[in-house]
Design a binder for this molecule. Sequence first.
Ligand code: AAO
Length: 508
Amino acid sequence: MKFVLLLSLIGFCWAQYDPHTSDGRTAIVHLFEWRWVDIAKECERYLAPKGFGGVQVSPPNENIVIHNPSRPWWERYQPISYKICTRSGNEDEFRDMVTRCNNVGVRIYVDAVINHMCGSGNPAGTSSTCGSYLNPNNREFPAVPYSAWDFNDNKCNGEISNYNDAYQVRNCRLSGLLDLALEKDYVRTKVADYMNHLIDIGVAGFRLDAAKHMWPGDIKAVLDKLHNLNTKWFSQGSRPFIFQEVIDLGGEAIKGSEYFGNGRVTEFKFGAKLGTVIRKWNGEKMSYLKNWGEGWGMVPSDRALVFVDNHDNQRGHGAGGSSILTFWDARMYKMAVGFMLAHPYGFTRVMSSYRWNRNFQNGKDQNDWIGPPNNNGVTKEVTINADTTCGNDWVCEHRWRQIRNMVAFRNVVNGQPFANWWDNNSNQVAFGRGNRGFIVFNNDDWALSATLQTGLPAGTYCDVISGDKVDGNCTGLRVNVGSDGKAHFSISNSAEDPFIAIHADSKL
Ligand code: AAO
């Protein structure tokens, strides 16, 4: 009996659903297209001190080099080999990043592109980030090596055209990308070797790109071949954290739940619906968020990886549509990210982007392909300005005070129950997390003025949205909580950030 209990405890703590963050840290950040040398520095100078749990990095394996358009971000989703060799850096730089980040308690999660290789229409040659040969027409990738019989063309060599047909979605080509035959043990072994190489270096887990386009059983067969995490940083027997990119907004053949056995899934309803609510589209109101999470038809919290926007839907790729909020809509975006980080649902990922010149024609951004800030294809350094924001067109949303402080809020309230919900039947809402934190939003077109039960101990707290607690003082608003746990809040509808958040560590 005791043994069974112990086993199930181990299963819970060390399994593929656990991100293995240190000190109970609760959020990760996607440093989209960053170089490994910049991520290593960011772990040490910012992410560790601010309480971030980890980083999702762009695919580290060799990819095709596309010249028309010039070096798009999406070339990294067209693998040529499993050498660690991209515009983000080489294997030495990758190893150095993983070591330095782990040493300060920040984990690295790799975006693993294992469903396919490059697009079928690309010419043969050596246009790849490490110079490896490719011949898409013959389906030859000698640097792996893969050849014609390692692909699914015998099942389907056309495009996915019908998302109501699971067979097509998993055997045909996604956007013309050559679809690997993951039912073959040879292919599974090559993929697992790549992932094990990364695990041995010290990564904590993987985002499985295009998981919806792979059979859950094939993914499981690959995962079963994976090593435990490196015991230099992780406890014995730890399994890699797995989150699978499965877009399930409802109404298609494939359901996110089919993938729960393998790990977590990306919950795309989260950002699409939260964007609709904060934009007040379709008659949505923040008061409806009272039962946010499973109550809105989302997957169970302990199976969800959640985010407001991702690298696809912030530029019109993937799914979610026009309701998705991004840094371009900064005021609403900060509220959405603040809500996500305050709410107990799901494991949270913050997006960190670069700026590009958008060019909308008939509602579509013609520049949705533009790659990271660069000089002739060489990715620019992430420079840090005197005010701690980033230069060189790196947006660094994760460094925005409101977002960075809400990551800290989430850590402080970790494990505390959702509590003390209040709303005005419209777009003024508030809720707390046990007796550790409280947040109030005003997304109405009129002022908020209310005395609310915060659940917090009496005292003076610094609002972490308008400022910080510095040397025993608040640089922004103060909130006084009485001995009955109540506090008065006033939020103008024209405030720069119409929300207030206080927590145990922001108390004076
Ligand atoms: C590039 C070129 C292509 C070219 C290809 C090969 O753009 O023109 O044919 O190379 O030469 C990224 C880019 C692609 C790029 C690719 C490779 O986004 O443009 O192709 O790299 O360089 C589907 C997948 C999902 C995928 C998403 C983009 O299911 O896995 O498309 N995301 C990942 C990555 C992404 C990457 C890849 C996969 C490939 O995050 O960056 O692509 O490695 C429906 C389906 C979704 C489907 C979308 C879009 O969604 O449900 O599964 O996502 O369609 O096809 C409403 C619906 C919603 C629907 C949505 C859009 O919201 O409710 O269900 O509308 O119709």
